[in-house]
Write a protein that binds this ligand. Structure first.
Ligand SMILES: NC(=O)c1ccc[n+]([C@@H]2O[C@H](COP(=O)([O-])OP(=O)(O)OC[C@H]3O[C@@H](n4cnc5c(N)ncnc54)[C@H](OP(=O)(O)O)[C@@H]3O)[C@@H](O)[C@H]2O)c1
Length: 336
């Protein structure tokens, strides 16, 4: 099979197109022919060798994939050839609490990922792709969408009428915008671009703020809520945005700490978290059970993921460059 491997720490030069032996499905496994792979900022970090995230090499990158069942291993009865399936980010985390064991099986990091033609995956991890979604759309869901769902619903307990603040227009934030609107919430959104601000309004954001031209987006969010603060924040920035997120959150509000776009450590005003009784929740994607619940909501609402751009397998490097450019709005997909 054709695949890509990260072979070193020389950025895109270390991303090599290789030919590997086809995998065979073992007992309880399903052989999936990948048709589409969705990219996340994490995949870009892994390929670029950004410190703290890089796994051992050679490593097949990318966690998010959807495709068709080619064959099934011994004992597998629930899937048949041709079924359209999507693969969860941590195939061992079926339900219940998160654990180190699940984290150590995250695709495209701790173990080989899905930027390849074939993968053998345990049968009980797979999920059926709803008829309304293409495989390219399904491939956008495992990391960013499940993370947004976990942040807002599983851990956030979002209610209709609450106000959600989403930062930027990447994969996680656009899914959070869509899920929050489906739940009847009010959405405040920030972006660095006036053109993206226009699109955010088209996608249902109730108010938008350009954080490049006016960095005081925390003051803006407070003003938008009559000084009270927002109920929930989708925190994708990290150290350089968290203090403003804390300021923008109401007493008793919830911050889903998701991203590392501005780094992995920094100075945080811890006293404001306790003074305001804020729940600061570290989120690392979510379980298959959360994914299933989310797919049910997507089906019911006939929601479509927002795809920014699609690249052919041979042009995978260009897809990573598109993430690097920061010009994308929503998800980037590679056809396999
Ligand atoms: N914890 C988890 O389970 C989990 C899951 C998925 C992702 N993540 C993390 O979450 C972050 C976002 O991931 P993603 O895949 O959605 O990324 P992405 O699609 O590459 O999104 C990047 C976008 O974020 C916005 N942005 C960048 N710097 C910003 C800043 N300082 N303030 C506000 N917005 C900023 C920009 O939007 P504009 O161009 O509109 O300004 C940029 O286009 C990454 O750090 C990723 O590693 C974590």
């Amino acid at each position: 099979m054709k695949a890509y491997q990260i072979t070193g720490t020389d950025g895109l030069k270390s991303l090599k197109s290789v030919s590997l032996a086809d995998p065979n499905p073992g007992p309880g496994e399903v052989l999936v022919r990948l048709r589409a792979v969705g990219l996340n900022f994490r995949d870009y970090m892994n390929v670029m060798g950004i410190r703290g995230v890089t796994g051992p090499v050679p490593r097949i990158p990318c966690s998010d994939g959807a495709g068709e069942v080619v064959s099934v291993g011994e004992g597998v009865t629930q899937w048949k050839t041709g079924d359209r399936v999507v693969i969860p980010f941590m195939p061992s985390w079926l339900e219940g609490e998160f654990s180190q064991a699940h984290a150590s099986r995250a695709l495209g990091g701790a173990v080989d990922g899905l930027l390849r033609e074939l993968a053998a995956i345990r049968a009980e991890a797979l999920l059926p792709v709803p008829a309304q979604l293409s495989l390219e759309e399904a491939a956008t869901l495992p990391c960013a969408a499940v993370t947004a769902w976990d942040a807002l619903h599983t851990r956030g307990g979002l209610k209709a009428g609450e106000t959600v603040l989403v930062l930027g227009t990447g994969g996680v934030s656009i899914f959070a915008l869509q899920f929050a609107k489906l739940a009847g919430a009010r959405v405040l959104a920030t972006t660095s671009s006036d053109e993206k601000a226009r699109r955010l309004l088209e996608f249902g954001a109730d108010a938008v703020h350009n954080y490049k031209t006016d960095p005081a987006w925390d003051e803006w969010a407070l003003a938008q809520t009559g000084g009270r603060g927002v109920d929930k924040v989708i925190e994708i920035g990290g150290p350089e945005t968290l203090n403003r997120s804390i300021k923008a959150t109401r007493f008793g509000g919830h911050i889903a700490l998701i991203g590392v776009l501005t780094g992995t450590s920094g100075e945080i005003q811890t006293v404001q978290i306790l003074r305001k009784g804020i729940r600061l929740d570290g989120i690392y994607v979510g379980s298959r059970a959360m994914f299933e619940e989310m797919l049910g909501a997507i089906k019911k609402a006939e929601m479509r993921p927002v795809i920014d751009s699609t690249f052919e397998f041979e042009a995978a490097a260009e897809a990573f460059q598109r993430i690097e450019s920061g010009q994308h709005f929503g998800k980037i997909v590679i056809r396999v």
